[in-house]
Design a protein around this ligand. Structure first.
Ligand SMILES: Cc1cc2nc3c(=O)[nH]c(=O)nc-3n(C[C@H](O)[C@H](O)[C@H](O)COP(=O)(O)O)c2cc1C
Ligand code: SF4
Length: 630
């Protein structure tokens, strides 16, 4: 495989300590939260088995509890502190090994213990004896990990957890042997490494996940990180995975969002690589195999860490190895479903409808090949078409626009957040591979559909517009937010946006870039309730920097030419002058065409927003479900 791949370096075998890895792709830590009663579930096992099967060389499995109950977060967290948890973990490591990959477990400890009332800062309040005991717990956990079949451990010195908080002069204000000069701030990290080494022996690889830069005023910086890397190498650490940021507002560096470029942390990895001779792993928004190959070619790192790209496509390594990068279902860097989860599935993925259900969903050939017409070529329609075609049906998409992909594929979205266009690109490519027939600029009425004489019709036309009941709305010119993303508009001057969800705020951001003076009005006490913390902080930063006015608890009472009136929480009326009104209050189901076809076609199904307006992930999952039903 290595010879065929255009990514020659990425598919060279490599070593971490004495452990040989089949290539340079390492899956970094991602807490699936799929454990139950802290035991490995089928679901968790399948999640990691699938990533091992997809070609990753090493998988860092989510961090278990090592000192119950002190660091226990609940039944969705694995445990390593008692023998009763080992059989399940052995199944897990066995499953990963059976696919040709190796497995590390991730050992971590939080910086605080206790609830809000009795919060204890371990950085400030631990005694030297406490540190000694805790290092022993890391050692015991590592030896249990070895018992459970893990090939090594990763020690967390990032993510704002205890070890990174101790390293940082911004958070470590101790005056004893664990505070002050760098050798003291690094003391507990080195004691932890020594305890693991003692408990497991010299041949058991220890990797350290090191946040090499806090991005906090007066925090841990790269120069100190280089010195710590040298200390770790001397202490027998086998490899260093380079991350950055320590949580809160600096989390963007540990979980790079759309606004940061690909491979953003690679220069930091290069700086660490310059200081040590043990392998260094670069991680952080390395989306494409070519980026990974370039990082290796430039000598910035020895291995490549991936998390979200493998959540989005577990077969990323195998596809890259086969020289088929275009077949990869790319992560859109949305930090949505993989962070916040979704009600029926917990942690999932916006672009990959299989994530979290790897062992459950099987695409079986249909009993009878049917003629399927899909009305609408947005993400839900494309996914439904793909799944139906994978099952052997003859599929024809009717799309009224001149291209597939819906609003996600629009050049305006491409310019604003290009990561999002990975999804339509992949879906269109996959549909082409499967021979799905496409008619663009099609009429999408009942006669056109019936002329195709379909056995089944999938309606995936997107939602209708949820027009709010606001006095005066019928008498003024207003624009739906989605239209602004779909095609160029000439909106200028003062703009009022009704709706402070992600669509409303991103639209405000876009219009501010075009020189508009924008006010966002939201009836709830907060905006952006539908976004997770990292992208939300990014967008809030943009709104502030671009002087976009945000009014919460605003009940819009009237609109008329040139102005909008709203009541605040106290019932006081205010006025917002405006030249253009933008409405971003969501969608409503759109089943009219489906209803017309019900009596005339054997199967009529709905996919995506036209059935239930919601997120991109909901649309994709509903497309898959519909494609499997036909
Ligand atoms: C949902 C989510 C949860 C994560 N949780 C952790 C964590 O608990 N500890 C940690 O060190 N890193 C965590 N990470 C960070 C990843 O390990 C990785 O460093 C980061 O996502 C950058 O890699 P990527 O761009 O390939 O996703 C998490 C990442 C994601 C997306
Ligand atoms: S949910 Fe979004 S950020 Fe997370 S892996 Fe999927 S596409 Fe990437």
């Amino acid at each position: 495989m290595a010879n065929e791949s255009p990514y020659r370096r990425l598919f060279q075998p490599g070593n971490i300590g004495g452990l040989q890895l089949r290539n340079r792709v390492i899956m970094g830590i991602y807490p699936t939260k799929y454990a139950q009663d802290s035991q490995v579930t089928d679901r968790l096992l399948w999640f990691f088995r699938t990533r091992a099967r997809g070609g990753a060389a090493l998988i860092v499995v989510e961090g278990p509890c090592i000192d119950h109950p002190r660091d226990y977060t609940g039944g969705t967290q694995l445990r390593l502190d008692e023998d009763s948890f080992l059989p399940g973990l052995r199944n897990l490591t066995g499953a990963i090994h059976a696919e040709g990959a190796k497995a590390f477990t991730h050992l971590s400890f939080p910086p605080f213990l206790g609830g809000r009332s009795g919060r204890v800062s371990l950085v400030d309040q631990s005694t030297p004896a406490d540190f000694g005991a805790l290092a022993g717990k890391f050692g015991k956990a590592a030896s249990q990990a070895r018992e459970a079949g893990f090939d090594g451990v990763e020690v967390q010195a990032g993510w704002g957890h205890l070890l990174s908080r101790l390293l940082s002069p911004a958070s470590n204000r101790r005056t004893d042997d664990y505070g002050g000069v760098l050798a003291n701030r690094a003391r507990f990290l080195l004691e932890t490494v020594a305890a693991i080494r003692k408990a497991t022996g010299a041949d058991f690889p220890i990797q350290v996940k090191l946040a090499v830069k806090d991005y906090e005023p007066g925090g841990f910086d790269l120069e100190e990180a280089q010195a710590v890397a040298v200390m770790l190498e001397k202490a027998g650490v086998a490899s260093i995975l380079v991350t950055a940021g320590v949580g809160g507002k600096t989390r963007r560096w540990g979980q790079p969002p759309q606004a940061l470029p690909e491979g953003v942390l690679a220069p930091l990895a290069a700086a660490i690589k310059g200081a040590v001779s043990i392998p260094v792993i670069a991680i952080g928004k390395i989306k494409h195999p070519q980026t990974a190959e370039d990082i290796l070619a430039k000598g910035q790192a020895d291995f490549i860490g991936l998390v979200r790209p493998l959540i989005a496509d577990p077969d990323w390594p195998n596809k890259a190895a086969a020289g088929k990068a275009e077949d990869i279902r790319g992560c859109s860097t949305c930090l949505h479903d993989c962070v916040g989860g979704v009600p029926e599935l917990d942690r999932a993925c916006t672009v990959n409808p299989y994530t979290g259900r790897e062992g459950q969903i099987k695409i079986e050939p249909a009993a009878k090949r049917k003629k399927v017409v899909v009305v609408g070529g947005g993400p839900a329609g494309l996914q439904a078409a793909i799944t139906a075609a994978e099952r052997g049906h003859a599929v024809h998409i009717l799309e009224r626009d001149s291209s597939l992909g819906g609003v996600f594929a629009s050049p305006i979205i491409q310019a604003y957040k290009s990561d999002v266009t990975e999804l339509p690109r992949y879906l269109v490519h996959r549909a082409e591979q499967l021979g799905v027939k496409v008619t663009l600029k099609s009429k999408v009425d009942a006669d056109t559909v019936l002329r195709e004489q379909p056995d089944a019709v999938v309606i995936a036309m997107g939602s209708g517009f949820a027009i709010p009941r606001i006095p005066g709305l019928d008498d003024v010119k207003w624009v739906g937010a989605r239209r602004i993303w779909a095609a160029p508009t000439d909106i200028k001057g003062k703009v009022a946006v009704i709706g402070g969800g992600s669509v409303g705020c991103e639209t405000a951001d876009l219009l501010a870039d075009r020189g508009c003076q924008v006010t966002v009005l939201e009836m709830l006490p907060e905006i952006l309730n539908d976004m997770q913390s990292v992208p939300k902080d990014e967008l809030l930063g943009n709104l502030k920097q671009k002087q976009i006015a945000v009014v919460t608890n605003a009940k819009v009472t009237k609109v008329e030419a040139g102005r909008l009136l709203y009541q605040d929480a106290e019932g006081q009326e205010h006025e917002v002058p405006m030249d253009t009104l933008v409405v971003a209050t969501g969608g409503r189901p759109n089943k009219k065409l489906g209803d017309e076809l019900q009596a005339k076609v054997a199967e009529v199904l709905y996919a995506g927003d036209c059935d239930q307006p919601g997120t991109g992930g909901m649309a994709i999952r509903s497309g898959l479900a519909v494609g499997m039903k036909i």
